[in-house]
Design a protein around this ligand. Structure first.
Ligand code: MTE
Length: 329
């Protein structure tokens, strides 16, 4: 048994955060450090069932880190990212996932791969995620509820996994499914959504270099409430596309169903690209509140304009050439 490391985070954060904010974040992270035990797992010490985890060594910072964000960006605090969550399998309030997800057992973890692929089968998490391919990427993350964060994810490009799995020429889409186990996930007893939670992407969206399979944040293994052990991150789409705790990947010829589209088709389309010009039927998408962002005189976080494709236009606009994004929302 190993004792958990301090919550250290030592990419050169001074490059991306004003010094004062950087040091206060270090203090916050230190204050979060506890003494809970972790289980040794391969070359890494991974937590078996709670949010605590150790640091992932040798992370690469690639050209995507900080892309479109500018040098003065401030990361959303670890506390905000891990305590203000949407993970309906653990309850619908923002604080429920942190409270309830400790029941989730994330090791061992098996992912079924099926559909139009040359290599279908049951894969252990470690067979799909090669630790020497892990990168750190700081992405904007925009929720459809008009709040946003800046998150230092750790993950591997989904394209690497797809290449390994070898989709056949019939594969036009990739579909994902979350675990649905009512013994571990108390929210599943509610009918708020159809379970399991499902999501999908067009294969070219999935192959885009920005699309990440995240296994960590702030240099550490993902806490359960953020979708451990493996979740999707698609930074130019609303947060609900970023499906958590994935247990199945299916390559399909037809556009796959998605949970929010099934639940409210008028409100949530398949594409769900961040688009300030296309409002949600019940609220505007033109602005957002950055968690922990600047506040007004009354102490409320001020709204800031939402950017087309969440700021990633250069990287992704080619995917939607000729499409009417009002219709394909
Ligand atoms: N994945 C599953 N399985 N269940 C969910 O309820 N919520 C989605 C997405 N992935 C959700 C999910 C929504 S609405 C958002 S905004 C993001 O997860 C939130 O991710 P975060 O809690 O890590 O910020």
């Amino acid at each position: 048994m190993l004792i958990r490391n301090m919550h250290t985070y030592d990419i050169k954060s001074s490059e991306i955060t004003p010094k004062s904010a950087y040091f206060s974040r270090r203090r916050l992270l230190k204050s979060l450090a506890g003494g809970s035990a972790v289980v040794a797992f391969g070359p890494y010490a991974l937590n078996n069932n709670t949010s605590a985890a150790t640091k992932i060594p040798n992370l690469k910072r690639t050209k995507w880190t900080l892309k479109s964000l500018g040098e003065s960006v401030k990361l959303t605090s670890y506390d905000d990212i891990t305590s203000y969550n949407n993970f309906y399998e653990f309850g619908t309030s923002k604080g429920d996932p942190k409270r309830n997800a400790r029941l989730l057992k994330t090791r061992p973890w098996t992912i079924i791969v099926d559909g139009h692929t040359e290599n279908p089968g049951r894969y252990a998490f470690e067979d799909l995620v090669k630790f020497d391919q892990l990168e750190e990427r700081v992405y904007r993350f925009r929720c459809v509820e008009a709040w946003s964060m800046v998150v230092p994810w750790v993950g591997i490009p989904l394209a690497n996994i797809i290449r390994k799995l070898g989709p056949t020429s019939n594969a036009k889409y990739i579909a994902f499914e979350t675990l649905a186990d009512s013994k571990q996930m108390p929210g599943i007893r509610s009918r708020v959504l159809n379970w399991p939670y499902v999501e999908g992407l067009r294969l070219d969206e999935a192959m885009n270099p920005l699309t990440l399979m995240a296994i960590g944040l702030y240099g550490e293994i993902l806490p359960n409430q953020n979708g451990a052990p493996i979740r999707l991150v698609v930074p130019w789409k609303y947060g609900f596309k970023s499906i958590k705790s994935i247990v199945r990947i299916t390559f399909s010829e037809e556009q796959p169903p998605t949970s929010w589209n099934l639940s409210a088709p008028r409100e949530y389309g398949f594409y769900s690209n961040v688009n300030p010009e296309v409002d949600h039927p019940r609220w505007s998408q033109a602005k957002e509140r950055l968690l922990g962002g600047p506040t007004n005189m009354l102490g409320f976080v001020t709204k800031q304009p939402t950017l087309m494709f969440n700021g990633y236009t250069e990287e992704v606009e080619g995917l939607y050439q000729g499409m009417d994004l009002n219709r394909h929302f």
